[in-house]
Design a protein around this ligand. Sequence first.
Ligand SMILES: *Cc1c(COP(=O)(O)O)cnc(C)c1O
Length: 360
Amino acid sequence: MTRVYNFGAGPAILPEEILKQAQEELLNWRGTGMSIVETSVRAPSFMEMLAEAEQDLRDLLTIPEQYKVLFIAGPARAQFAMIPMNLSHDKKTADYIDTGIWSYMASEEAKRYIKVNIVASSKESKYTYIPPKKDWQLNPDAAYVYYTANETINGVEFLEDPDTGNIPLVSDMTSNLLSKPLDITKFGLIFAGAQKNIAPAGLTIVIVREDLIGHPLPSTPTVYDYKIQADNKSLYNTACSFSCYMAGLMFRWLKKQGSLDAIYIRNRRKAEKLYQAIDESDFYINHIDPQCRSLMNVPFILPDETLTPEFLKQAKLNNLTALKGHRLLGGLRASIYNAMPEEGIDQLIAFMRNFEKQYG
Ligand SMILES: *Cc1c(COP(=O)(O)O)cnc(C)c1O
C-alpha cells in the first residue's frame, strides 16, 4: 500500500511516524493492557499523559506561567461563542478584523453575545490582502480585538502579529499554531482546532491569560466556562482522549524536529518553492497580496476553470490528493502543514509543470 500526499485543509496530514506509534500502542497503551480510547480520563496514566502533553506544548511555545492551557472537546467554531461569553466582562463592544471567511464567521457568531465592531475589512477585495494596522479604527474600550492569524480558506496569513497594547488580543490560530515561533505575551487568548496542524478532529486547544477568565456571562454553559475548565485541568467533562493523545505525540514529534525556529525555516522554504512555481508559470494564478500569502494554505486557480476536474484526477493518479479548493471559493488549494514533507511539495511542483506542458 502506498501512502499519498494529502494536501487537504483538515482533517489533515499527520506524520507517518506518530501514526505508526499510535498503531503499535493501540492494543496495549503504556503497559495498561488496554488502548488509550478505553482508558478512563481520571486514570493516573491518562492524567500523566495530558500533563506531559501540556508541558511539551509549553516548552515549544515558551508559554509563561500566567497562561492556562486548555484541551477543550469540540469544534474550533465553539470558540466563536465562548470568546465573547467569557471575555466580554462589563464591556459593551469587541473589535473584529475581517480578513477572510473564518474571521467573518467568528464576527457573525459573536454578535449574539456582544456588539461587534468591524474595525478593518478586506471584504471588498474578496479577501486578498490584510488592511494595514495603521488604518484599523480600534476602540479603546473594546473587550478584546479579534483576528484570524491564518485564513485557511482564503490563504491569507498575518506574517507579523499585531500589537494592541492594553486591549486583549484574541487570535484564531487553528491552521498555523506551531508552524512558527510566537511571543505568547502579546496575546490575551489563542485557540486552535486540532484537525489542521496538530491532531485528529474533536479537540480545540486554548491558551488564555489567567486574569481574563472567571467572569463569564451568566448564560455561559458550565462546560464552556474557561475558568471551570482551567480549575479542573481540562477534565471537568470527559476529555476527547484520543485527540489529546495524538496531540501529545505531535508535540513530541515537533520537539524532535528542533525548535519552532527550525520548523518555521522549513515551512517558509516549502511555501516559497510553491509560490515561486506558481508565479513563474503563465498558467497557475494566486491572487493574494505577496505581503500576506499564507505559509500553510496555498490557493490557486487554472487559467481555464473547466480544467480543474482533470487536474484533480491526474493529481490523484500521482498520489497527490485533496487539492480541491474550499467549496465556497472553488479552484485549487494545497495545504502544506508541518507534517507535509518537502518531498510532497517537490512532487506537487513537478506534477504541476507536467500538467501545464500538457494543457498550457
Ligand atoms: C477549520 C477552521 C475553523 C473551524 O473549525 P471547526 O473545528 O470545524 O469548527 C475555524 N477557524 C479556522 C481558521 C479554521 O481553519
